[in-house]
Every structure is written in structure tokens, then in C-alpha cells.
Design a protein around this ligand. Structure first.
Ligand SMILES: Cc1ncc(COP(=O)(O)O)c(C=O)c1O
Length: 395
């Protein structure tokens, strides 16, 4: 990159201004964007527009309003991940996207798929259900990260793909997907990345990482709601053919050809059936807002806020079960506690929304959170919880 103009960071004032777009903050301190991003006034207005268009036009809403919006959302996803529009199609959920991808691989000569034990279960399920596939799990020694040496050890000439997360949902560890892709490619395998916890949280460049497939969606950090995900498929895999499909994947869907199936040449070949148009509506302003605020600035602010959590947790003697180094962490910080659901309840009573995964409290600040929000969480935790008994020092 040449000389780039340094954009100003999002400060407390701007964050406070931006959160006025998210009315939940009038009643709550929201710190659970990694689970479900909050609804903005812009996306709410879009949802109302969806109902209005449906009511006004009926079926013609498809070509007058809905299809142009689907194209817009595709363009926005492409801008957000730096991928060409020919290589991206929309889906319903991360699971449906992954199942479509899993159905496109050839396991005859390469029956092995490497997945990490820290991945969200829906990733492994895609391959555990396939009798012809041998799923091999990359193991973690610290329960937080997977060393690259594990992938090096497991990926070989029998491996069809490495399928793993960009950021782990229950540790917040950020994986080096460029390096993982390198390991996969050196062995003739594909790299499939679940980026549900990265899109909207940090800048993404799929071409730079070199991944073959990348999946993400609007549910979490994009704040666009459930029902809209995407598959990015690199040129290297555009000729593969999923066996889980639908009429939206056909080269000419409106030819209504029943006797034979010709797949689309673009990534549309990974599509299935009618998309969730409501979330296409909410997703457009959500993605526009992210791009307007700026992925680099968002990531910088999230790092500052997660650093603040780590610092304050240390001061309280709580064990951080996420990477301590900000560069190895996404937007999630896990704190190991004796009774995480009780902590979630205590926070809820104080008007703070966080969540828990087994043995850990999960806190996920977004760019519209403030340092005062983090202080509020820590004040409740300081008053109500004790560190996990027998916990080793932070990992
Ligand atoms: C990393 C990751 N992938 C996939 C999913 C599940 O996605 P979906 O319900 O869209 O299949 C989740 C959880 O919501 C997740 O955290």
C-alpha cells in the first residue's frame, strides 16, 4: 500500500452519536453483537419498506423492488470482503451455505476434511453426516487457539479441505486464514472459512487471504438480522458442482427446465431456493452503515474496547479465556467464571446484555459501545462474581 491518509479513530463522542441509531441503547447496554447484532433505525425503516412494497405490488414486487435489492446486497457483500460479484451468491444461513459447499467437494481420492475442535458445531456437522468423509479434528493445547503446526500435521494428500472459522465463536481467537490456506493449498486441499464472526467486525480481503470459499452473513456484527448469508467462491472452485441445490442455481431459472439441470456459471450455482427478502431489506442499510463508518475504524475501536475488557478483568483477578494479544483476537472476550449464567443474570438485572458459553461469560463490544459500557460490566462483575476456582493463569 502507498501512503494512506490516516482516518481518525472512532472516539467516545462519535460512538455515542452512532449508538443513537440503535434504540436498544435507550434501555440497555448491549454487549452481545457477536450473537445477534442490534437493529438500527435504518434497518427497521427498511423492514417497514419491505412490508409496504409487498403490500403495494404483490408479485411484481419481485422484479420492481426485490431483485434489485438482492443485487444491491450482493454488491455490498462483495465490497465488504473485496470479492468480485461473479464469485458471490446469497444463502439463508451459515449452515445452508456450508452444506452447499460440502456437497460440491469430491471425496473419492481425498476423503479427509480437517476441522478444528474449537469451531462452531455446524461446521463439523456438515462433514460428520457424510459417510464417505473422515473428519479429523485439529486440537488446541490451550483451549483458546489452534497452532498452525496442528494444521501442518494433519493436512496431507488425502485431505479434500480444511474447514474452519476466521474467529472462533467461544474463544474470540482470530486465525491466520492466509497461512491456513497456504497449508491447504500446498497439499492440494481447499480452504473453507466461516467468517460469521468477522464480517462487520474487521476488514476482510478474501483475495489477499487466497481462500477458496468464504461464508458470512448479516446476523451478527453486520446488525442486519437473521436469514441472509453469502458464499464467496474463488475462481478455483467455480467449476465445482454442489449436489445440494435449487432452481435459483440454474443457468436460466426462468426457463423452468425440468428434464435437465444446467448450473449457473457464476457463484449463483451455489444458491438454493427463494431467498429471505425481509433480511435483504434490513441487510442493505446495515451493510451500508458499516461501510460508511469504515471497517478499519470499526476494527480499531473493537480492539480498544476488548483491550479495555482484558485490562479490567486482570485488575479484578478474572481469567481471560481469549487471546491476550489484540492482534490475535476478534471482537469476543471470554471470561472463565464458576457460574457464567449467574453472571449473565446479574448483568441483565443491571440492564446489560451479554451471554455465556459453557464455563465462560462472553462479552462482545461493537463500535457503538463505549469505555463506560465496559466499566459498567466490570463494576457488576466486581460486585457479584468470583474467578473460576482453580483457574490457571490467563491464556
Ligand atoms: C461461527 C459460526 N458459524 C455458524 C453459526 C450458525 O449459523 P447458522 O445458524 O446461520 O447456520 C454460528 C452461530 O450462530 C457461528 O458462530
Amino acid at each position: 500500500m502507498g501512503d494512506s491518509i490516516r482516518v481518525p479513530s472512532i472516539g467516545e463522542d462519535e460512538a455515542t452519536q452512532l449508538r443513537s441509531l440503535f434504540p436498544i441503547f435507550e434501555r440497555k447496554i448491549y454487549l452481545n453483537s457477536c450473537s445477534l447484532g442490534p437493529l438500527s433505525t435504518r434497518s427497521r425503516a427498511a423492514l417497514e419498506q419491505y412490508a409496504d412494497d409487498w403490500m403495494e405490488f404483490g408479485a411484481p414486487a419481485w422484479w420492481l423492488r426485490w431483485i434489485p435489492r438482492i443485487e444491491r446486497v450482493r454488491e455490498l457483500f462483495c465490497t465488504a470482503i473485496h470479492g468480485p460479484t461473479n464469485n458471490l451468491t446469497i444463502h439463508h444461513s451459515a449452515s445452508s451455505a456450508l452444506s452447499s459447499i460440502a456437497s460440491a467437494l469430491d471425496y473419492a481420492k481425498r476423503p479427509k476434511v480437517v476441522i478444528s475442535e474449537l469451531d462452531f458445531p455446524t461446521i463439523s456437522y456438515q462433514w460428520l453426516v457424510k459417510r464417505e468423509v473422515e473428519v479429523v479434528f485439529a486440537r488446541s493445547s490451550d483451549g483458546v487457539t489452534i497452532p498452525l503446526s496442528e494444521y501442518e500435521r494433519l493436512v496431507d494428500e488425502r485431505t479434500a479441505a480444511v474447514a474452519t472459522s476466521h474467529v472462533f465463536y467461544a474463544t474470540g481467537a482470530l486465525q491466520d486464514i492466509g497461512a491456513i490456506t497456504g497449508i491447504a493449498h500446498r497439499n492440494g486441499a481447499l480452504a473453507i472459512v466461516d467468517g460469521y464472526h468477522t464480517l462487520g467486525m474487521m476488514p476482510i480481503d478474501v483475495a489477499e487471504a487466497g481462500v477458496d470459499f468464504y461464508v458470512g452473513g448479516t446476523l451478527k456484527w453486520v446488525c442486519g438480522g437473521p436469514g441472509l448469508t453469502f458464499i464467496y467462491a474463488a475462481d478455483s472452485v467455480l467449476s465445482t458442482l454442489p449436489s445440494v441445490t435449487g432452481w435459483f442455481a440454474a443457468r436460466d431459472q426462468f426457463a423452468f427446465e425440468t428434464l435437465s439441470f444446467e448450473p449457473a456459471e457464476s457463484a449463483a450455482r451455489f444458491q438454493m431456493g427463494t431467498p429471505s427478502v425481509g433480511t435483504v431489506y434490513t441487510g442493505v442499510p446495515a451493510l451500508e452503515l458499516l461501510l460508511e463508518v469504515g471497517p478499519e475504524r470499526i476494527y480499531e475501536r473493537i480492539r480498544m474496547l476488548t483491550d479495555a475488557i482484558v485490562e479490567r478483568a486482570d485488575a479484578l483477578g478474572l481469567q481471560v479465556a481469549s487471546p491476550r494479544d489484540g492482534g490475535s483476537r476478534g471482537g469476543v472476550v471470554m471470561l472463565r467464571l464458576d457460574d457464567p449464567p449467574a453472571a449473565v443474570e446479574a448483568l441483565d438485572k443491571a440492564g446489560i446484555v451479554a451471554d455465556a458459553r459453557p464455563g465462560k461469560l462472553r462479552i462482545s463490544p461493537h463500535y457503538f459501545n463505549t469505555v463506560a459500557d465496559i466499566d459498567a460490566v466490570m463494576s457488576v462483575l466486581g460486585d457479584t462474581v468470583s474467578p473460576a476456582v482453580g483457574a490457571a493463569s490467563s491464556s
